[in-house]
Design a protein around this ligand. Structure first.
Ligand code: SF4
Length: 740
């Protein structure tokens, strides 16, 4: 192993022609190249000595210039990883192209900032507790030495920021970040303890990349920091609050046994860990590496939250940039080949806030006279900022469009110009027929008692097993060995959904048997139990049921089998404190609860209702997974007479993004006989004589043939450019605008 490393090629290691699996290699390197801590590297000679990697003489002078401008810091952990992975080295080793002068000097630092506190959104603020990190990412927006050398805030500053939160009743969530806030234990303690006493605060989101690049921070001293966090999380729960940890992973080679261990430990103790992934050109921009990364992290218990496109447009970062169309296009690959539970939202962090592609925002047009900028439609309005940051009114790079939201100039290349969609036309008023209370009750009842998801996309030859996706099957709790054999024989299947006519709690006996068999199938890493009774009869989750579920959940580094509960809600008013308590108990066993919702015309198809539902789900700790816009069994019946207007879908996404937490945004989905697609992002409207049809951009015929070679397109489905085109009922489109 050492001789393979010594040639400095930073590639995988083979023994007897067999590549050593990455996680095993990481564990071996921990032993053969031990060492903890991090090192600030001042010059090129030190860089060579510390990393064992040569610097080319022709580059030495320029590289020194880079290091003088953008400081270099590496952990022993990242050095080990770099020795066998170019994709890790690419993120942390300095390179001469950093001298390229393209890009901004800085990115935006919050609409409102006062000391360590920044505010970009009405309902949440950022605390910057510490200005340095144990490792410096080369693509960091704070990469310049001036940012790295900023003075750290003091505990007094923290107390002032806590007071500001106390005085701001609209602030529900605090994102605690830096630099790495965990490097400043005194500030972290003052923050957690201070905010614990503020009634209206609901969630603390602690951001750290150390889980991936410096796990020693959490594991040193017998895991003292982890123990501290678990204790504080427990105390926060006693105060009706929640702790979450946010982290970054970019490439599967960054994943180590230590990082998976930390994630599992946190999640098993009721602390959600969510991952954000910057999209880096030539590193994680093809698709398969993201599928591998997200699958590994999921088994450990993480949630995949965002992919940021593109990487920060600041000086020295240009090699990491890719066009927006490339980033948007990655959604097709992920939707086709990744479990729906771990497809992150694809978003862009504009200077006035984030937007999600094809629901709460899109590319409008190029900025006239400046090829480096495009106008992006955002969900924000001037009014939104009035209460906390009137500054936004004076910005010169924004304009208010005809629908009243703000377009902002954003530095990026669009790539495919067909994605410049222009402004949204005015709404064509359609008459909405509102449902009566009885109708709503009937719909809620039927939703609880009837299977909603689409049929099998290919014939499985099995009555009790549906193939819903390349990675996913749904089977009945009374399934037999035949169904298990089907799953065993196809290593693309990662997710098994188990449904039962008597619901989860009454079928536990059978579910236990199935899970026992699934545990022996290494490619299955998640079991999802459909439980409508979670909504309607939460009391059926007795202590004994919760304990049994906890025993079935197996988050771990090797062969994980994660357990999740899938439930359904239609209106925010259905969610009560009982649900919140139940979620907390399940979370404390490492079990996630996620909710799906069907959009019904005249029932819940308004921005106010879905915003309220999303808020309540978040408050109760339920992850809002899918908001089905069209295509579910019950929607096909109800929405024919009470259609959902595609215009409302964008209005809903706009409000939820603008006024909710970024953590409560669902994926906007359309269910079809050939699988589920994202509204706008992985599907597109096809206009055929006024009938609404959807092209499934993420699938083609070969996709289905690979699942069953005898596959033929169902009646009524055609193809366009190789992708299926499916008629959709109950969704109306009142204009030709591609997004809404
Ligand atoms: S962890 Fe974040 S703040 Fe720290 S160097 Fe990396 S990108 Fe920058």
């Amino acid at each position: 192993i050492l001789s393979s490393i010594a040639d400095g090629e930073m590639k995988k290691i083979r023994l007897n022609q067999i590549e050593i699996p990455h996680l095993l290699l990481m564990a071996i390197l921990e032993q053969v190249l031990p060492g903890h801590g991090y090192i600030s590297i001042k010059d090129t000679h030190q860089l060579e000595t510390v990393t064992h990697l040569p610097v080319l003489e022709k580059d030495r002078e320029q590289l020194q210039q880079v290091m003088d401008t953008y400081p270099v810091r590496l952990s022993r952990h990242t050095i080990r990883q770099m020795l066998v992975s170019k994709d890790v080295a690419y993120q942390y080793l300095p390179f001469t192209e950093e001298l390229d002068s393209g890009g901004h000097t800085n990115t935006w630092i919050g609409q409102f900032h006062d000391g360590l506190l920044e505010q970009m959104y009405q309902n949440r603020v950022i605390f910057l507790l510490n200005m340095t990190c144990p490792v410096y990412c080369r693509f960091c927006f704070r990469k310049h030495k001036d940012s790295r050398n900023e003075q750290n805030p003091t505990v007094k500053d923290v107390e002032k920021a806590v007071q500001h939160v106390k005085d701001s009743l609209s602030v529900k969530e605090i994102v605690v970040t830096g630099g790495d806030p965990f490097m400043n234990r005194a500030n972290m303690a003052a923050t957690i303890d201070g905010l614990m006493q503020v009634d209206h605060v609901q969630t603390l989101r602690l951001a750290t990349r150390s889980i991936s690049y410096y796990p020693d921070l959490f594991l040193a001293k017998e895991g003292a920091y982890l123990k501290y966090l678990k204790q504080k999380s427990f105390e926060l729960q006693q105060h009706g609050k929640r702790m979450e940890v946010a982290t970054h992973f970019i490439h599967p080679d960054e994943v180590s046994p230590e990082s998976l261990d930390i994630i599992t430990d946190l999640v098993n103790n009721g602390i959600a860990v969510y991952v954000q992934t910057p999209f880096l050109s030539d590193c994680n921009d093809k698709g398969p590496e993201l599928v591998k990364l997200f699958s590994l992290l999921r088994g450990a218990g993480a949630e995949l939250h965002y992919i940021y496109i593109p990487c920060s447009p600041i000086h020295g970062n240009s090699i990491y940039w890719s066009s927006l169309s490339k980033g948007i296009g990655i959604a097709n690959y992920l939707r086709a080949h990744l479990s729906d539970r771990i497809i992150p939202r694809i978003c862009t962090a504009t200077p006035i806030g984030k937007m999600d592609w094809y629901t709460s925002g899109w590319a409008v047009e190029k900025v006239e006279g400046n090829d480096n900028f495009i106008w992006i439609r955002t969900p924000y309005t001037p009014d939104y900022f009035k209460s906390f940051a009137p500054l936004a009114n004076t910005l010169s790079n924004i304009r208010v469009n005809d629908e009243g939201t703000i377009d902002i100039q954003y530095m990026a290349q669009i790539g495919d110009e067909a994605l410049l969609h222009g402004p949204r036309p005015k709404r064509v008023v359609s008459k909405k027929i509102f449902a009566s209370t009885d109708d709503i009750k009937t719909l809620q009842y039927r939703l609880t008692h009837e299977r909603q998801t689409a049929p099998s996309i290919v014939d499985t030859g099995l009555e009790k097993l549906f193939r819903l996706h390349e990675t996913r099957v749904e089977m009945d709790a009374r399934a037999s060995e035949k169904e298990i054999d089907y799953i065993r024989s196809d290593d693309r299947i990662t997710d098994v959904i188990i449904a039962s006519s008597t619901d989860t709690t009454a079928s536990l006996f059978y579910i236990k048997q199935l899970i026992k068999s699934l545990k022996d199938i290494p490619h299955v890493n998640a079991v999802r139990l459909v439980s409508k009774k979670f909504n309607t009869a939460p009391e059926s989750y007795t202590r004994a049921v919760i304990n049994t579920l906890g025993e079935l959940n197996n988050l771990c580094v090797v062969n994980p089998l994660r357990l999740e509960i899938e439930t359904w809600f239609t209106l925010g008013s259905e969610i009560t404190d009982t649900h919140a308590k139940l979620v907390r108990r399940l979370n404390n066993k490492g079990i996630t609860v996620y909710g799906n919702t069907a959009l019904f015309g005249g029932v819940n198809d308004s921005d106010v209702q879905i915003h309220s539902l999303a808020y309540r789900m978040r408050k109760a700790g339920i992850e809002f997974h899918h908001l089905y816009v069209a295509g579910l069994a019950l929607q096909q019946k109800w929405n024919i007479d009470h259609p959902v207007d595609s215009y409302d879908v964008v209005d809903i996404a706009t409000k939820v993004r603008r006024e909710g937490s970024g953590r409560e945004i669902p994926r906007y989905m359309i269910s079809t006989p050939l699988g589920e697609v994202d509204y706008g992002l992985t599907s597109s409207f096809v206009n055929e004589n006024g009938q609404v049809k959807i092209k499934l951009d993420c699938f083609d015929l070969s996709y289905f043939k690979e699942l069953n070679e005898n596959f033929v397109l169902p009646d009524g489905i055609t193809t366009e450019n190789g992708s299926p085109v499916v008629p959709i009922q109950g969704l109306i489109k009142s204009n030709l605008f591609p997004v809404s």
